[in-house]
Design a protein around this ligand. Sequence first.
Ligand code: GDP
Length: 285
Amino acid sequence: MFGFIKKSLSKTADALKSVVPKKKVSFSKDELEDILLEADIEYELVEIILREIYQDKVTRDILRSKLLATLAYTSYEEPKFTPPFVELIVGVNGAGKTTTISKLAARYKSEGKKVILGAGDTFRAAAIEQLTLWAKKLDIPIIASKQGHDSSAVAYDTIDSAKSRELDNVIIDTAGRLHTQTNLANELKKIARICDKAHSGAPHRTVLIIDGTQGNSAIAQAKAFNEMIGIDGIIITKLDGTAKGGSIFSIAYALELPILYVGTGEQPENLTPFDKYEFVDGLLD
Ligand code: GDP
């Protein structure tokens, strides 16, 4: 399983590696601009990186430190908590929330932890069905109600069940869209409040799922979610296929939030913990 994860990450790195010429020791600023743009780093960030380079010739070491600097905010420290560890998963529909929840659940399960899911996107019947299917496949419990029911009640029941069964991890899905943004903001805030009521200090982590192929529009959505509820970390999905790893830099730099994992496929094992050193070194190897 983990061999495959490793392969997926190097595939992400490969996308960028293919545009950083392997044997070249240094680049002119023009060459570097082309390389970074080709790697899918947003134009604004490329300009910022170039503006802070004062040498005519840019060595691989300089490039490495510049790329690492754009990822300055990516380290995450788990807060102190009393089990179960409660996570709220937020993001727009289609970003990969349901798939990522199943990936997280599979990961925790493989670490020997007992997991429960809460189908908190009660706005979409399909989301409840899909998550229930994943729970069955992974053989883990799920609390789900009917479409239109109160999502914070689902969150409460999920945590309550986790506490009485002495489970380790609670992962709660949330709606990605409601009739208006204000409705969505109010719903997310209410869920967070109810989590705290069910288990003081919860949610311990609010994770935003971002589609890595969406560029600037994903960044704008992410900022909106951060204002609505406050995000502790992000997971960037769909970094397999045609997406180039460069979007990771743009997203991390714009949001100043830790990147927890990257999604590199549709299967539960396609979730890779993000390590900025490993990532950048992989690109420059
Ligand atoms: P949600 O609406 O946010 O819950 O999104 P879903 O989890 O249903 O995902 C939307 C689509 O993206 C589905 O077809 C998933 O299989 C696909 N998807 C999610 N994550 C990834 C990923 O990392 N890579 C690829 N290639 N597809 C993904």
